[in-house]
Design a protein around this ligand. Structure first.
Ligand code: MAN
Length: 540
């Protein structure tokens, strides 16, 4: 029962096979004129269809990768007849008849190439398959396969490198983007922190100011009391010294100071003629012949106090009125007072803040604050310390914010992939003379190999690659000025590599440098991305 069915199936299968063969043969027949074997010599595959029409051949020229037919048509048998018919040279791809013809070397096993057709049969082997010298004496060897093998090995190495670089590139992208995201999150967080801290700052500042008011008042009160006490003490001392002076001047001890007694004291020699004239003495005594203690203290002592005290021998002056500087007797003496080693006791009386060694001074030191004031100071101190703490915290956060904002402004590539390059830190390269250093997105420098100072070659400026490959070149600019020349600058050419590395540094023009820099960040394109542009290279 099943036999006839099997027969008919086989029959059908055979018929189908036959149909396929016929169809394939037809396709072959139709395509025959398009095969390389049938093409006139030297025609490139991209132009094959233009040579297959039966009948007339239309001359054409190339506009980029597009063939543009010309108005001139010729008989097909005039193609490659060693006579140039088309002004564009398209009828003589395989001879040297047209100066502008193009000869296509198939170079099987290697890379197909194009030659100007004048190089056809010129005795020089241009194509590795020797096809350009088909009618010359040149003995061309077909070394396309050997060359192809070498090229394939190189390509394979390149492919491995690009693949490896691309893998790292992908991690650079994801880590770079995560980094950026974290920075943005951090910025938001710090912004919120600042807002919160600012509120606390306001409150802590308010407390500080509040605590400082009673502190200030208590301190001022204490200081005013001390000042008053000191003034009182001083006045007493001045008075005491006056009384002592009176008794010293009253040499006969009769309770009166007379003109004669005054004359014994050379410090009253107003005109400095070496003696105290009675008029001079009298002038000091306010025109009196004699003066008693009460009038002396009231009228004379205030005017002679300084002169009298200054003229006293050092031992006697110790602890004298500290508020009053001595009046210099003449220019010489004035100069002497400048020399601290000469006679320290004749110098200006120590003030409250000076000469702590002076035993009398310690008596004048401000006494300790009372417990109540101390407590107020302590409370204000605490408030100040809390304030300083929060104030510093805010300053630190503001600094962090501005650092992050500045970093976010830097263009680390379309996927932030160059952030990893920056993170990697500075990279050095040493040539015969210099060690060059590149701190990505910061600064480039140079220092002589045998030591010496570092020269700044430039600071991070901008990406300056061509518009279709912007991130292939960086510019570091505004470096140290070159004597009689420009500010130094560096162009860093960036290409794909499995690590961040400077592979060369040069100075093409004085003080203008160029680094070749390899980085996985530049491995955005894969091997196939880079090798799919030229279809004629597929034959490799
Ligand atoms: C230094 C270096 C050189 C540069 C000269 C210019 O020697 O920075 O690279 O050419 O200065 O004077």
């Amino acid at each position: 029962m099943s036999a006839p069915i099997r027969f008919s199936t086989n029959f059908l299968k055979s018929s189908l096979k036959l149909c396929n063969i016929v169809a394939f043969a037809l396709i072959l027949l139709i395509q025959l004129p398009y095969t390389a074997a049938n093409l006139p010599r030297g025609v490139m595959p991209a132009a094959a269809s233009l040579y297959t029409d039966s009948g007339l051949f239309t001359c054409f020229s190339w506009d980029g990768s597009r063939a543009v037919p010309s108005p001139i048509s010729i008989e097909r048998d005039k193609i490659n007849d060693d006579y140039c018919d088309c002004p564009d040279g398209s009828d003589e791809p395989g001879t040297s008849a047209c100066s502008n013809g193009i000869f296509f070397c198939e170079n099987k096993g290697f890379v197909p190439t194009k030659l100007v057709s004048s190089r056809v049969n010129d005795g020089i082997c241009d194509c590795c398959d020797g096809s350009d010298e088909y009618a010359s004496n040149a003995n061309c060897q077909d070394d396309c396969f050997a060359r192809g093998t070498k090229l394939r090995e190189e390509k394979e190495k390149e492919r491995i490198l690009l693949e490896e670089g691309h893998k790292i590139y992908e991690t650079y992208c994801s880590e770079g983007q995560t980094f950026k995201k974290n920075q943005e999150d951090q910025l938001t967080k710090l912004g919120n922190d600042i807002e919160e801290l600012q509120k606390q700052w306001d409150e802590i500042n308010r407390i500080k100011e509040e605590k400082e008011i009673p502190e200030k008042a208590a301190k001022a009160k204490h200081e005013a009391a001390w000042k008053e006490e000191k003034e009182k003490k001083n006045a007493e001392q001045v008075h005491l010294k006056g009384i002592t002076a009176f008794h010293e001047l009253d040499s006969d001890g009769n309770g009166l100071v007379s003109i004669e007694e005054m004359q014994k004291h050379i410090e009253f020699d107003i005109d400095r003629n070496g003696e105290v004239a009675s008029e001079e003495a009298k002038e000091y005594l306010e025109d009196n012949e004699t003066i008693d203690e009460v009038l002396f203290m009231e009228k004379v002592w205030p005017s002679i106090r300084e002169i009298y005290t200054a003229a006293k021998p050092p031992e006697q002056k110790k602890g004298d009125d500290e508020d009053t500087p001595p009046i210099p007797q003449d220019e010489e003496e004035e100069e002497e007072t400048d020399d601290e080693n000469d006679n320290p006791e004749s110098h200006q009386a120590p003030t409250d803040n000076e000469n702590k060694d002076n035993p009398t001074e310690s008596e004048d030191e401000m006494p300790e604050y009372d417990d109540e004031t101390k407590a107020l100071i302590e409370a204000a101190e605490q408030a100040r310390s809390s304030f300083n703490e929060i104030d510093q915290k805010i300053k630190d956060i503001k600094k962090d914010i501005s650092d992050i904002e500045a970093d976010l402004k830097i263009d680390y590539g379309p996927n932030n992939e160059f952030q990893k390059v920056k993170e990697g830190g500075c990279i050095e390269y040493t040539d015969r003379e210099y060690t060059y250093k590149l701190c990505p997105f910061d600064r480039a420098s140079q220092r002589p190999k045998d030591g010496g100072v570092e020269t700044t070659l430039g600071y991070w400026g901008l990406w300056n690659g061509p518009s279709d490959n912007l991130y292939s070149s960086m510019k570091y600019e505004k470096g140290q000025n070159c004597w009689n020349g420009p500010d130094r600058s560096v162009v860093v050419k960036v290409s794909c590599g499995t690590e961040n590395q400077i592979i060369s540094a040069s100075e093409p023009s004085r003080c203008e440098y160029e680094f070749q820099f390899k980085s996985p960040a530049a491995c955005g394109k894969t091997f196939s991305d880079l090798n799919k542009t030229d279809p004629e290279h597929d034959e490799l």
